[in-house]
Design a protein around this ligand. Structure first.
Ligand code: ATP
Length: 244
């Protein structure tokens, strides 16, 4: 896989006295899609939030998070974004009364704050990837369809020019045709060299798109391997893919 852009070692996350993640190790390479599948409550969102530095302030986190060889563990969310990681949360968290374009521009804020001259240079790239967002650039985000909202959430993350994109359930609540479109875009993004860490309930689609996969159960990695191998694993088929 070459040297990973994201290297997570022994990640623990506790909510009060309850530990939700019990020492997860995980790597993502540049231009690779790595998926994490597992049942509800396994700790998938907790893992993404722990990596992004976005767990509630009452939670405690230990372990190490490295990006391109740099240790990010002590940094806050915004600093982690500036170092190249971006999380698209399950709830999308768009600004409903702001336009599509203004939501996108907000995604470049960490680059603006770091005084990057060309902080807005991804807007045309995003519009090329999502022509629908360009058509609707003046429309309020709150009036978009579910699929368009997911595109906007993805587009906003791309404005930060990430090296690593973390996606929490991008297919949630979307019609099958839109899910196909979103997965197609995720594969296109990987081809540009971005590393993608994808948490999905839709295990079939996720394993099809991914290069490598982890199965998370009860806050631990129960299984890992090439996505193509896991897609043929009897236990994975039985538990996560249903009858084929
Ligand atoms: P799902 O697929 O249902 O979203 P998940 O695999 O993403 O599940 P998490 O949402 O990470 O799982 O939850 C893991 C465990 O941590 C669960 O037992 C959950 O109740 C608990 N948990 C998550 N967030 C909090 C929180 N803010 N405070 C306390 N407990 C939490």
């Amino acid at each position: 896989m070459g040297s990973p852009i994201l290297e997570v070692k022994d990640l623990h996350v506790s909510y009060g006295k309850v530990e939700a993640l019990h020492g997860v190790n995980l790597n993502v390479g540049a231009g690779r899609i790595v998926t994490v599948i597992g049942p509800n409550g396994a700790g998938k969102s907790t893992m993404l939030n722990g990596i992004a530095g976005a767990v509630p302030t009452t939670a405690s986190v230990s372990g190490s998070i490295g990006m391109a060889g740099q240790e990010l563990t002590e940094l806050d969310v915004e600093q982690r974004v500036y170092h190249g990681m971006c999380l698209v949360p399950e709830k999308r968290e768009l600004f409903a009364t702001m336009t599509v374009e203004d939501n996108l521009v907000l995604g470049s804020y960490p680059r603006y704050k770091a005084r990057e001259k060309n902080y807005g240079d991804q807007l045309e790239v995003v519009f090329e990837l999502f022509p629908r967002l360009k058509e609707r650039r003046r429309q309020d985000a709150g009036t978009l369809s579910g699929g368009e909202r997911q595109m906007l959430a993805l587009g906003r993350a791309l404005m930060a020019k990430p090296k690593l994109l973390m996606l929490d359930e991008p297919s949630l609540g979307l019609a099958p045709l839109i899910v196909k479109e979103i997965f197609h875009i995720i594969v296109r993004l990987k081809e540009t060299g971005v590393g993608i860490l994808l948490v999905e309930q839709n295990a079939r689609a996720a394993l099809q798109a991914a290069d490598y996969a982890y199965v998370l159960e009860n806050g631990e990695v129960a299984l890992e391997g090439l996505a193509s191998e896991l897609a043929n694993d009897a236990k994975v088929i039985d538990t996560y893919l249903g009858l084929t």
